[in-house]
Design a protein around this ligand. Structure first.
Ligand SMILES: Cc1ncc(COP(=O)(O)O)c(C=O)c1O
Length: 345
């Protein structure tokens, strides 16, 4: 059965155009910087984000980890959201591999960290304290609903960072969703940041890969550490070729995913038993709870939905996150609404 897959935008398979570009990619040994396709992708990523340089990495997790390792020394502290991917879903890499201590600050409903909370978390000069080195933001903030952070908010956090001699890193796994949703140039959203990671392998449809961008000096250090982590790849232009299409063609169509997420949410609001979060969707993610009247729990609902050809991932015992992406068309939206109606009737 051909499933409608709403579990994540990470499930996106490459387009026929990507597969063709991958097959025909000019390649070389990227550890020697000999791969022209990777070099082109890195230059394009740096240019699009308005930064000096970029490096291609196998995953968003590695990109974030490299940023943490470059910005912080062992024993330093990094301020992170308590609902951030870095804090919750990267296997504790910052502590295990970097000896970096996370300083979790409450994510507000709108995905931000309250400025006063950030200020209060910065350690004073004291022999007992770790040294605060870094602030990490996530844009869009996934667990808070795929909410976009504004350029103005990021500017304010950047100012705090600058005044306190800290660096600012953005986990921008879905930064282009944020830019499209707010109709701003992505450069504006990341201007205050010293480094940004974004993923090619989510809404941008590439099969593999993320980019880390920053200054020439920062990226040179990240390149060294990428090798240390085993992320130095060879003829990886075969993957980077898809990434170039992601940046050229997929960034500009993300609005379609946001429109479909709204259509899906509007349809689901009419289904008894579904309580969509206030404001959702902000971008390509819909978060909702099952009403008390629903006898089944979320995994049971997911199982029934699978029988109707729809894959959904329970986020919790009675909660779901649905994600729209390139392969979710209007028919898939209709089919999903109808399957929820049948499942919850
Ligand atoms: C906000 C955010 N940051 C980072 C990542 C990590 O990306 P990857 O799965 O490529 O390691 C993800 C993955 O879902 C994510 O949602």
């Amino acid at each position: 059965m051909e499933y409608v897959d709403l579990r994540s935008d990470t499930v996106t398979k490459p387009t026929p155009e990507m597969r063709e570009a991958m097959a025909e990619a000019e390649v070389g040994d990227d550890v020697y910087r000999d791969d022209p396709t990777v070099n082109k992708l890195e230059a394009l990523a740096a240019e699009k984000l308005g930064k000096e340089a970029a490096i291609f990495v196998p995953s968003g997790t590695m990109g974030n980890l490299l940023a943490l390792l470059v910005h912080c020394q062992r024993g330093d502290e990094a301020i992170v959201g308590n609902k951030s991917h870095i804090y919750l879903n990267e296997a504790g890499g910052m502590s295990a591999l970097g000896g970096i201590q996370p300083c979790p600050v409450a994510n507000q409903k709108d995905g931000t960290l309250a400025l006063n909370d950030i200020l209060a978390s910065i350690r004073s000069e004291d022999v007992h304290h770790p040294i605060t080195r870094l602030i990490c933001l996530e844009n869009t903030q996934n667990i808070c609903g795929g909410v976009p952070l504004t350029a103005e908010y990021t500017r304010q956090v950047g100012e705090i960072a600058r005044k306190n001699n800290l660096s600012l890193h953005i986990d921008g796994a879905r930064i282009f969703n944020s830019a499209v949703a707010q109709n701003v140039d992505v450069k504006e959203l990341v201007a205050p940041a010293d480094s940004v990671m974004f993923c090619l392998s989510k809404g941008l449809v590439s099969p593999i890969g993320s980019m880390l961008v920053g200054t020439e000096k920062f990226i040179a250090r990240a390149r060294h550490l990428r090798k240390m982590l085993g992320g130095g790849m060879r003829q990886v232009g075969v993957i980077a070729a898809a990434g170039i299409i992601s940046l050229d063609k997929m960034t500009v169509r993300l609005g379609e995913d946001h429109v479909r997420a709204k259509e899906l949410a509007d349809g689901l609001r009419q289904v008894d038993g579904i309580l969509i979060d206030g404001g959702s969707p902000f971008t390509n993610m819909i978060y909702f709870n099952l009403a008390e009247s629903v006898q089944m729990n979320a995994p049971q609902v997911a199982e029934k939905m699978k029988g109707f050809g729809i894959l959904v991932d329970p986020d919790d015992w009675r909660r779901f996150r649905l994600v729209t992406h390139y392969w979710i068309d209007d028919a898939a939206v209709e089919k999903s609404i109808s399957a929820f109606k049948k499942t919850l009737k």
